[in-house]
Design a protein around this ligand. Sequence first.
Ligand code: XLS
Ligand code: NI
Ligand code: NI
Length: 435
Amino acid sequence: MTTGFFDGIAPVRYEGPDSTNELAYKHYNPDEVILGKRMEDHLRFAVAWWHSFAWEGGDPFGGQTFIRPWHPQDDMGRAKLKADVAFELFEILGQPFYCWHDADIRPEQADFAGNLKTLEEITDYMGEKAEGTGTGCLWGTANMFSHRRWMSGASTNPDPEVFAWAAATVKGCMDATHKLGGQNYVLWGGREGYETLLNTDLNQELDHMGRFLNMVVDYKHKIGFKGTILVEPKPQEPSKHQYDYDAATCIGFLRKYGLENEVKLNLEQGHAILAGHSFEHEIAVAAAEGMLGSIDMNRNDYQSGWDTDQFPNNVPEVALAYYHILKAGGLGTGGTNFDAKLRRQSLDAVDLVAGHVGGMDICARGLKAAAAMIEDGGLEDALKARYAGWETPEAQAMLGSDLATIQARVLSEGIKPEPRSGRQERLENYVNRFV
Ligand code: XLS
Ligand code: NI
Ligand code: NI
């Protein structure tokens, strides 16, 4: 028996680029082999429970626009109905992964014990529903930013009782993720930052956050969780300044607290843009350190300047992101999570399906273009040519040398560099052939 929410909507199939069927995949063909691996295994799509099922359509100027059968979300029976609908969407889309916060899946209770009990109950239910379906948990996380208790931070809160509640909450969410066979555990610190330095001891807060993350890693090993611990950079929103500002900041933080071999990054397109970077910049920075973990695929509205979390629709951007992911050897235990929500006017069940179908197709097109660029090798060749001078023994020796020796060599050899073209337009034209 189904909930009826998606009545009249059939499972989405691959029909190829010429299909005019709105609800068919034109590019996402799970079994197609790209660079020796099935497309599905490259992309590892996940549906985000918070945006696709829990979000009610509110914005800063108005409340709920969606009226769903599982509203209001304050009751365990309706939480189960929401899970039923979620698994129906997963079946329609072809059984992707899913991601969740505790607050998305269970109703908020009056105390911690109640929150833990309902989390255990709903995740048992989700585990049963997933059995035999091929759908799995990509990652779980704790929502430590919505409830008023988190307003001054979670692990960085000046109040140790909030730190305690955060530790207790994360333990529960890690246990639930482990039980569901989750492949990663994510921490995004929306309130781990400050509103004003006038009331903030930045140093103490960072130390607490570093200690907290070490406890998370210790607990992972204690319970034998084999997944990856991920932190998700974002520069601001909701906090004015967030400590996990961008990939480079997170990497510095992880090194400072001895976590560089234990924690990787979950990078989000929209957060990269908010930080003043491109998505591929963030991916390349993480990959250079071996810390690329997973991606939250969405897009921001470039005019509005905030985290609009829209489904991706820009093939050239997505292609460059996957180009750097492929170059880094892929996403490992990570995946492509749609941290993307409908627009608040997109009321229909079919809108929810179409949002995911479109996002998956855009990513598939990007992946295919990225793979074609890798196979063609044009960008790699250009890169090699640009740095070819460094392959000479004299250039290599210089790296082990010192300033005085190098100065003597410049004088004796009369070294006088001749600037060469960076060829940017030609390279952009090259990329354009593939996207
Ligand atoms: C918010 C974040 C959030 C994380 C999970 O901007 O993207 O959704 O992915 O807490
Ligand atoms: Ni986000
Ligand atoms: Ni995210």
